[in-house]
Write a protein that binds this ligand. Structure first.
Ligand SMILES: *Cc1c(COP(=O)(O)O)cnc(C)c1O
Length: 382
């Protein structure tokens, strides 16, 4: 074990006041980073830590990745970059995917964060600042290889290259683009975007190139270029749809039982009485609801688990509570105050996302602030 690794806080019963316990295992995150590094061949592996590290805590996540040798970190917003910059070592490269809004160039330059310039205006403004300062500013440029979201269009790339002075003032450290359909391995857009990215990036001065997110890493060597940018796979989400998930789970979510009750046959359960007991039942109400990021749609088909026994969710998800059907001999010992598992060994992040008609990204980034959070295997520095 790494000498810098500590467990914090000690494994213990969570405070009884929280409705749920979210456990984040940074050793699993680090194992996922190592697996992706292997998969990436020779490409460097960045960490995408936008949206507070997909809801898990950007600073702690970034430090855990740093300990594995990760040196490039992507966030979406300048505000996120400035926060991270204050924590990470100076040698960490922090890149801002959404680029810079007009007027924020100096703040980015002063903090030493690297904007991903997404339009001609952004390129011109940042280059002008670099010239004014008499020192080229590190910058990345994003190209739109077909997703129509962010980055320079082919026409804008031509406009840029026809002006010999346009990039003066910039130290171009990275040229990147983003794949729209990488999780669908056979999608024709993957080859089309690759070709477009190669053609467009060749028009720019040579710099490191980056195209692949988590799913893109699994498309093969040609999509990986110099640097890959995984996010969801680091956090245990499945990078490729329709395949067994090779990543280790990072998150466990447990909910506390607030109350147990016996109801007769014919009892309406929860809002709208969408469930009515067909027979006498034992119900357990847990203190987690949609305000904690548990989707209202993740009800029928989902369950909580007590010592491996499946307790189906019954009726609608409320704001702060969910009712479970605990009518099972294996749940006889269940008592108020006990914790039951909602995301973990028995029900994966992906299971919940599928039940809710969404993706693991949305589940993770929605996980609420009312949980007690326990971070395992935290790294020194964080
Ligand atoms: C969010 C994001 C990533 C990470 O994507 P994952 O699918 O989570 O791996 C990479 N690149 C860009 C441009 C992104 O916006």
């Amino acid at each position: 074990m790494n000498a810098h690794v500590s467990v914090s806080p000690a494994l213990s019963t969570p405070s009884a006041s929280a409705g749920g316990l979210l456990t984040i295992d940074l050793a699993a995150l680090r194992a996922n980073y190592r697996l992706l590094r292997e998969e990436a061949g020779g490409a460097a592996v960045a960490g995408v830590v936008k949206a507070d590290g997909y809801g898990l805590g950007a600073r702690k996540v970034a430090w855990a990745l740093w300990a594995e040798g990760c040196r490039s970190f992507f966030v979406a917003l300048l505000s996120e970059a400035l926060e991270l910059r204050a924590s990470l070592p100076a040698a960490a490269e922090i890149l801002v995917l959404n680029g810079l809004s007009a007027g924020s160039e100096a703040a980015a330059a002063e903090a030493g964060v690297v904007p991903v310039l997404n339009s001609l205006e952004q390129v011109r403004a940042f280059a002008a600042l670099g010239r004014a300062r008499g020192k080229p500013l590190p910058a990345a440029i994003q190209l739109d290889s077909g997703m129509s979201r962010l980055g320079l269009s082919p026409g804008e790339v031509d406009a840029l290259t026809s002006d010999a002075e346009a990039l003066a003032g910039l130290d171009l450290v990275l040229v990147m683009s983003h794949l729209a359909c990488a999780d669908e391995t056979a999608h024709p857009a993957n080859a089309a975007q690759l070709a477009a990215f190669e053609a467009l990036s060749e028009k720019l001065p040579s710099a490191r190139r980056s195209l692949a997110n988590s799913a893109g890493i699994f498309l093969g060597a040609r999509h990986r270029f110099d640097l890959v940018r995984p996010g969801i796979a680091l956090y245990g989400g499945s990078p490729v749809s329709g395949r067994a998930n090779p990543m280790q789970p990072v998150v466990t979510l447990e909910a506390r039982v607030a109350q147990l009750r016996e109801v007769p046959a014919g009892a309406g359960i929860g809002y709208g009485f969408t469930a009515v007991s067909q027979a006498p039942k034992r119900l357990a109400t847990i203190g987690i609801g949609y305000a904690d990021g548990w989707p209202r749609m993740a009800a029928s088909g989902c369950a909580a688990f007590f010592r491996g026994v499946r307790l189906p969710i019954i009726g609608r998800v409320s704001m702060d509570s969910i009712v479970l059907d605990a009518t099972h001999p294996g749940a006889d010992a269940l008592a108020a105050g006990d914790l039951v598992e909602l995301i973990g060994a028995h029900q994966s992040l992906e299971d919940v996302a599928v039940a809710a008609g969404t993706i693991s990204y949305e589940i993770l980034t929605s996980l609420g602030r009312r949980f007690e959070r326990r971070v395992l295997n935290e790294t020194a520095g964080a």
